[in-house]
Design a protein. Structure first.
Length: 954
């Protein structure tokens, strides 16, 4: 028996780590800026044990326990012991920026390449790639597939696949591609190793350990452990023995006793009148589907895809009727109708109002009677399966003037990172809108303390992934998870089915928190789907009959009803403080709710459920079946389904003019939101500048940055006109008192030291003449840390002024990308008069040119061009950060304005950017010619080498 042989071979594997890695071990290996918890150190030890036994593994800690930092710690240890190890890391695009940031922060000594971008960018990466220089590549699933041939060229010792449940199908292109690409050790990171069935689990095990789990044993494995029913104790013991060496699973409950508590709630809502009518219309428009629901026949004439489509349409209806074309009333503009049309949005509206401020309105007044806008008390993540539902909620947030960020599948990687950063850092952002699939993986949104699931997924693991964005390591506040569920609808049945799926994983993985069943959510049986369709119909339409007087079974109207004009139920809003718990007025944190909560409406149904370990069940009953039979009977008595006496809820298709008008209004709403965002950004910027000014005033600091408020000019004539305005201001003539420069404008290459002109002064200048200064340029990053060697040492040997000014600017937060700082270097005989003349800046020196001095003040300048972004990874390699061309152009633009103001000068520089990763001298040369030669009309001297060395380079 092959399975018995498999069990015997695995029993011989040693599972405990032979040597537990310590924090000191990892720090000596290069781990920085993080102290790993005990379970994370154990995880690193387990990964190393897998390597020592030449096998892969699945690190499947519950979401939020730090699988990424465990892997980075593992890398530092492996690379210390075997520096020539190569590793390929494949992740979803949504988390790749997080991987990049954490690698740079926690392991700056690991050299890696972020392999992403368009076709041309990737080709550039390939042309300059060397596995010896950068032994780690970080890429996305899609890129790994597109450039499979490139990755297959190299021998990868380690492959790490983040969110590795994507490999659950062994027939997928991604699975086969990565299996071929990496013949070394393979590791999977996932919080949900088992989503649907045992076949998927076996596929993951085969991927990481093909020697122990060959495909030939798959059917025997599934048949034995599935067992056709409840797993026996012997089978569970055997399963645990099989998994223990290859799968490491810890839950928050086990390893994070200090993690703030999390409570899960279901909040029920009724359907609006419009929603109920659409719900019925969707059930009755397909007679074969309706017949299948009544008979519960799995071999009915209704194709299963038609049944699935009906369920999807019903889910859309429960979310919002405006998801159907033609339902939104004219004119198409934002208003309260957006809320009142959906019972779900009515509940969401009252809930968000409470979460924004549980005690008072969004704004109040100060002692002077001025309106003060308060930041939100609770920060909220809102997840939905449907991006169109996110569109509706976004319109609602705009209507209510709530601040928000949004992330779905259409948002690019860098924009995702910026949105996450803004939400986590800004106290003003109230809500983060996310699609469950795109935003539910790998993101760290610990700033939120409340998660709202607008709708539920058939696969509960997707919802678990979503909720873990907030309840994770780093969370310091109690968390509330809130599901909005349509009463007596397919949503309630889907949720119950998903909850039942969370049983078997506890048996398979030894966890009481998550589970699996032996069926595939992408291939749900027709019987299950028919139960979902049937559930709750009798009570749903009985409630509608009580409210409206309409009888959906007979098509008659029985009388008046207690319903609002918009079709929503008149009832007192829920008391969220009692349901969810009070909010601490001092910290804004959730407090424990009152014990044994209960709340009922007029029909006796609870308005909410506090989820516990007890399974949540919903099954169709006899009343549901009876309702369907009566409905079908009455439909058969009518000539056709169009004779059903219900209100028409669909509308005629919109004309081009109507569509244009709706788009116009939506664009106007977006414009207003953009304007508000710009105003908020302007206020934040003003506050930052005010704090900076106070800091400068307290320190007596004076910035050396020139023309910082000027915008980059692309039009040459406009540039010339602007320069002409500056010359008279400082008393500089364009014709008089100038010396003939022996070099016409152009770029000249010289052998020598580019720093030398900084301290070379013209002693032949006559009284009354204008001194022609030299500008010596250096490109630096925004860190404020002066380098050593090369051009840094050359400049320091000439003068300490540039390094002193640069480091002081760093302390004063005065090193913005794209700025140009001009540090004056005075002729030695002028130094004694510096205090008297007050020459501290470039502007001070310009003013002396028209002052009555016996001889001109001779000064040269070091032009510090802030054109590089500080990068720990580049620093660890001993190479400078990449030159950012847009920042360089901005800095050269400002230098050119200074040169034009002086009229006569020369510029001296090494080859800017030489030695950086993506150095392109031709592009730099073109910028020098554009701004300094063509516009400023000055000679530019480039010193590529010095005495046979690279002294003229940065």
């Amino acid at each position: 028996m092959r399975l018995q042989h498999l069990l015997d071979s695995i029993r011989s594997i040693s599972t405990p780590a032979r040597h537990l890695v310590t924090q000191n071990d990892l720090e000596s290996a290069g781990l920085e800026n993080i102290t790993l918890r005990a379970h994370q150190l154990h995880g690193v030890s387990w990964l190393k044990e897998c390597v020592s036994q030449n096998r892969g593994g699945i690190l499947c800690d519950e979401m939020g326990l730090g699988k990424t930092c465990q892997t980075i710690g593992f890398f530092t240890s492996v690379f210390e012991e075997a520096p020539k190890t190569s590793a390929l890391v494949v992740t979803p695009l949504s988390v790749i920026q997080n991987w990049t940031a954490e690698l740079e922060k926690f392991a700056p000594g690991i050299h890696f390449t972020l392999y992403l971008g368009d076709k041309a960018t990737r080709a550039e990466h390939r042309s300059g790639f060397s596995l010896e220089q950068t032994p780690v590549i970080l890429t996305s699933f899609e890129t790994a597939l597109n450039d499979e041939a490139f990755f297959a060229r190299y021998r990868w010792d380690i492959l790490v696949v983040d969110e590795g449940h994507r490999l659950k199908n062994s027939e997928s292109l991604l699975y086969k591609s990565l299996e071929e690409t990496c013949q070394g050790l393979r590791f999977i990171l996932t919080g949900t190793p088992v989503q649907n069935n045992l076949v998927e689990l076996y596929n993951l095990l085969h991927f990481v350990a093909p020697k122990y789990f060959p495909m030939s044993t798959l059917s025997e494995f599934v048949n034995y452990f599935d067992g056709g029913g409840q797993a026996s104790e012997d089978r569970l013991d055997a399963m645990n023995q099989l998994l223990r060496p290859f799968l490491l699973r810890r839950t928050k409950r086990q390893v994070l006793p200090d993690l703030p508590p999390r409570l899960d709630f279901l909040l029920y809502h009724p359907l609006s009148r419009t929603q109920t009518e659409i719900y019925r219309a969707l059930l009755t428009r397909n007679p074969d589907v309706l017949s299948a629901v009544i008979s519960s026949a799995t071999n009915s004439t209704a194709p299963i895809n038609r049944i699935q489509n009906t369920i999807m349409q019903l889910r859309k209806c429960v979310n919002h009727p405006y998801l159907f074309d033609g339902v939104e009333p004219e004119p198409f503009e934002l208003g309260e109708h957006l809320i009142n049309a959906s019972g779900k949005l009515v509940l969401l509206d009252t809930l968000l109002s409470h979460l924004f401020n549980p005690w008072q309105a969004k704004s109040d007044t100060d002692d002077m009677g001025n309106t003060v806008v308060r930041p939100p008390v609770h920060k909220v993540l809102i997840f939905s399966q449907m991006t169109r539902m996110l569109d509706v909620i976004q319109d609602y947030l705009t209507l209510k003037d709530y601040t928000y960020e949004r992330l779905d599948g259409s948002v690019r990687g860098e924009e995702r990172h910026l949105a996450v950063e803004e939400f986590n850092k800004s106290k003003e952002v109230f809500i983060f809108l996310l699609s469950t699939r795109a935003g539910g993986q790998g993101l760290n949104l610990h700033a939120a303390d409340t998660v709202i699931l607008v709708d539920s997924d058939f696969n509960p693991q997707n919802d678990l992934q979503a909720t873990a964005r907030a309840h994770r390591i780093g969370q310091t506040k109690p968390v509330r998870i809130i599901r909005l569920v349509g009463r007596n609808t397919v949503e309630e049945a889907i949720l119950a089915r998903a909850d039942m799926k969370l049983k078997l994983t506890a048996e398979v993985l030894g966890s009481a928190d998550t589970a699996l069943t032996a069926e595939d959510t992408s291939n749900v049986s027709a019987e299950e789907l028919l139960k979902v369709l049937k559930f709750g119909l009798a009570r749903l339409f009985e409630d509608y009959k009580l409210e409206t007087g309409d009888n959906f079974e007979t098509g008659t109207h029985d009388g008046a009803a207690n319903v609002l004009e918009n079709g929503t139920r008149q009832k007192t809003p829920p008391n969220f403080a009692k349901i969810l718990g009070e909010t601490d007025p001092h910290t804004g944190n959730w407090l424990e709710p009152a014990a044994q909560l209960s709340s009922s409406d007029a029909e006796g149904h609870t308005d909410f459920v506090v989820l516990t370990d007890k399974p949540f069940q919903c099954e169709p009953n006899e009343e549901d079946q009876e309702f369907l039979v009566n409905l079908k009977s009455n439909l058969n008595n009518m000539e056709d389904t169009d004779a059903v006496p219900t209100r028409r809820v669909t509308r005629k298709p919109l004309t081009k003019e109507q569509l244009a008008e709706r788009n116009k209004k939506r664009l106007e709403a977006l414009r207003l939101r953009k304007m508000r965002n710009e105003e908020n950004q302007a206020r934040r910027t003003a506050a930052i500048l005010e704090r900076r000014k106070a800091k400068w005033d307290a320190a007596g600091y004076q910035s050396l940055s020139v023309y910082q408020t000027e915008e980059l000019a692309d039009d040459e004539e406009t540039f010339e006109e602007q320069v002409e305005m500056y010359a008279p201001e400082f008393g500089v003539s364009s014709e008089e008192n100038t010396q003939e420069n022996c070099y016409p404008p152009g770029i000249y290459y010289k052998t020598g030291d580019a720093s030398e002109p900084l301290t070379v002064f013209d002693n032949t200048i006559q009284s009354g003449a204008v001194y022609i200064p030299s500008f010596v340029c250096i490109s630096l990053d925004d860190s404020g840390h002066w380098g050593s060697g090369g051009f840094f040492s050359a400049l320091n040997g000439r003068s300490k002024a540039p390094s002193t000014a640069y480091e002081l600017a760093g302390e004063m937060d005065d090193l913005e990308l794209g700025t140009c700082h001009l540090v004056p270097e005075l002729y030695p005989s002028c130094i004694s008069n510096t205090e008297e003349s007050g020459i501290k800046t470039f502007a001070d020196w310009l003013l002396t040119r028209s002052a009555p001095y016996d001889s001109p003040i001779r000064a040269n300048f070091c032009a510090i061009l802030v054109a590089q972004k500080h990068n720990r990874r580049s620093q660890s390699r001993g190479s400078p950060p990449d030159l950012q061309l847009d920042a360089l152009e901005s800095a050269l633009f400002r230098l050119a304005k200074a040169c034009r103001t002086v009229r006569e000068c020369s510029v001296h520089l090494p080859r800017l950017g030489h030695g950086t990763h993506a150095f392109e001298w031709y592009t730099v040369e073109r910028l020098l010619h554009k701004h300094l030669v063509r516009r400023a009309k000055v000679p530019v001297f480039v010193y590529p080498f010095s005495n046979g060395s690279k002294r003229g380079t940065i």
